[in-house]
Write a protein of this length. Sequence first.
Length: 175
Amino acid sequence: MKRFFLCGSLCLALLAPALSAWGMSRLFDGDARVWVQGRTLCFGGAAFKSPGLFFNRTRQVDERQVAVYSIEVARQPYEPFWSSASIEPTQGVPLRSETCFAYGQAITGFREKVPARALEPGLYNVTLGGRDSAGDGQRATFMKTFCLEARGAGVAVIDAGYEEKQGRWVCNPPQ
């Protein structure tokens, strides 16, 4: 019986780092939020996955200390439209569920890497790179594929979906 527990404990100890590493092989940790506020295209995040010993846990940004270090917006196929990153790699901007990182606008402590281009209707990706500085400092990266549609003098955000038959992302019909 002791041998069984010893063997089981040893296996668990050896597997624990690997199980946690499986969580780190994800491309992103949560869905970015994309919305239009007035005439401003906003980016943010609300919830993300944090690796646990055996299973990932869903965390809310309002319950943690998430800081964003980079923002990248690209039009599909990959064509950078705007990119900005923290000047100091250890100092990001706090992310709350209501935070709006406005497209093309200066962010305190950030340096623009790709100047913002005029938005056009089409399929886009946004990635917000960050870290959860509460606890273990794990990454908290938010990503979303979305569409912009011309509406009056502005744009509207339309959901995008992955089309299995075509093997690519497409804009969903407006609702």
